[in-house]
Design a protein around this ligand. Structure first.
Ligand code: OGA
Ligand code: MN
Length: 292
C-alpha cells in the first residue's frame, strides 16, 4: 500500500495516511515507513489497535531487536510481563492511580526533562513507538525537538568542535538532578554509556546533535565546562522553531528516532486523571535497508 506523509512542522514530524500497523508485513511498506523516518524523524499513525505483543512484533519488523534494559526495570518488576514493553502510565500494579509520593511516579517525573530513550545504554535506543491506550480528558502533550535542524543551524566552527566530543549518558545523573534517590545496588545496575556528541545518520545522510538530560559529562572537558556546553546546546536545540507539540488522540502510535530527536512529557493533573501509554524501543544496531 502506498504510504503518504503530511508534514506537521516546518522541519520534521509528519502524519501518515491510514494504515493498520499490526497488519503491515510487506517489506515495501516497511521500507517506505523507514524512508519516512529518515526524512521526518517523528511519524504519527492514527487509530491503531494494538495489543502489547502486536506492538512488539511490529517494532521488530520495522527496526529489529528490542531494548529491554530500561531504567524502570533496574528499580522493580514491570506489571506488564515483558521488560521490552515500557509502562508509560500513572497506574500501579493493582490498577489504581499512583499516589503523589509513589516511587514509580517520582521516577517517571523524569520524563518531563528533555531526553532520548535509552541513551544511557549501549547499544542505545533507536526508534521508540509510543501507543496511546487511555488518555485523560485534559491536555497531556508530548514535545519533540529536531536535533538535526538544530545541528544544521550551528556555524561550521562549532559543528567541527562538537564532532570531536563524547558524552557520558546516565539515567542516575538525570534523575538525581531532580532529587530522585537510587540505592547503591540500583546505581550499579545503571552505569551509563558513552556516545558521540554528534551522530552521523548514514542512511538519512544527515548529522545530528545527540543530547539528553542524561548527558552529564563531556569526556574531553572539565565537568563544569562540559555540563554548561550540554545545557547550552539543549537550550539551542529546544527553541520553538525546532519543537513539535504532539496532542494525543485515542489510538495514536507515534514513532520517533532517538538518535536525532529529544522529547519530553508535559505536566497534567496525574493524581486525578488516568493516562496509559505503552512504549517499545528498538536497539541502535545495524540499520535495516531503506528499500526492499
Ligand atoms: C516515553 C516518554 C513522554 C510522555 O514514552 O519515552 O518520554 O508524554 N513519554 O508520556
Ligand atoms: Mn522517553
Amino acid at each position: 500500500m502506498p504510504v503518504k506523509f503530511t508534514p506537521l512542522h516546518q522541519n520534521f514530524a509528519a502524519e501518515v495516511s491510514t494504515i493498520s500497523l499490526r497488519e503491515t508485513f510487506d517489506e515495501s511498506t516497511l521500507a517506505e515507513i523507514r524512508k519516512g523516518m529518515d526524512v521526518y524523524a517523528v511519524l504519527v499513525f492514527r487509530r491503531q489497535t494494538l495489543t502489547d505483543s502486536e506492538q512488539m512484533d511490529f517494532a521488530q519488523r520495522l527496526d529489529g531487536e528490542l531494548h529491554s534494559k530500561t531504567g524502570a526495570s533496574a528499580l522493580g518488576k514491570t506489571r506488564l510481563g515483558s521488560e521490552a514493553i515500557a509502562d508509560i502510565s500513572n497506574v500501579s500494579s493493582e490498577g489504581s492511580l499512583l499516589e503523589q509520593q509513589d516511587r514509580k511516579r517520582l521516577y517517571s517525573l523524569g520524563n518531563r526533562l528533555w531526553h532520548t530513550d535509552a541513551s544511557f545504554q549501549d547499544p542505545a535506543g533507536r526508534y521508540s513507538m509510543l501507543h496511546a491506550r487511555a488518555l485523560p480528558p485534559v491536555d497531556a502533550d508530548t514535545l519533540f525537538a529536531d536535533e538535526r535542524a538544530a545541528f544544521d543551524a550551528l556555524d561550521d566552527k562549532t559543528k567541527t568542535f562538537l564532532e570531536g566530543l563524547t558524552c557520558h549518558h546516565s539515567i542516575v545523573h538525570s534523575r538525581q538532578m531532580l532529587g530522585f534517590d537510587f540505592s547503591d545496588e540500583e546505581k550499579l545496575r545503571l552505569p551509563g554509556a558513552f556516545h558521540p556528541f554528534v551522530r552521523n545518520l548514514k542512511r538519512a545522510g544527515r548529522k545530528s546533535l545527540y543530547l539528553a538530560s542524561h548527558a552529564g559529562q563531556v569526556m574531553e572537558m572539565s565537568l563544569p565546562e562540559g555540563r554548561l556546553l550540554i545545557w547550552e546546546m539543549i537550550q539551542h536545540a529546544t527553541q520553538p522553531e525546532f519543537v513539535y507539540r504532539h496532542k494525543w488522540q485515542d489510538g495514536d502510535l507515534v514513532i520517533w528516532d532517538n538518535r536525532c530527536t529529544m522529547h519530553r512529557a508535559t505536566p497534567f493533573d496525574d493524581v486525578k486523571y488516568r493516562r496509559e501509554l505503552r512504549r517499545v524501543t528498538t536497539l541502535d544496531l545495524v540499520e535495516a535497508p531503506a528499500s526492499p
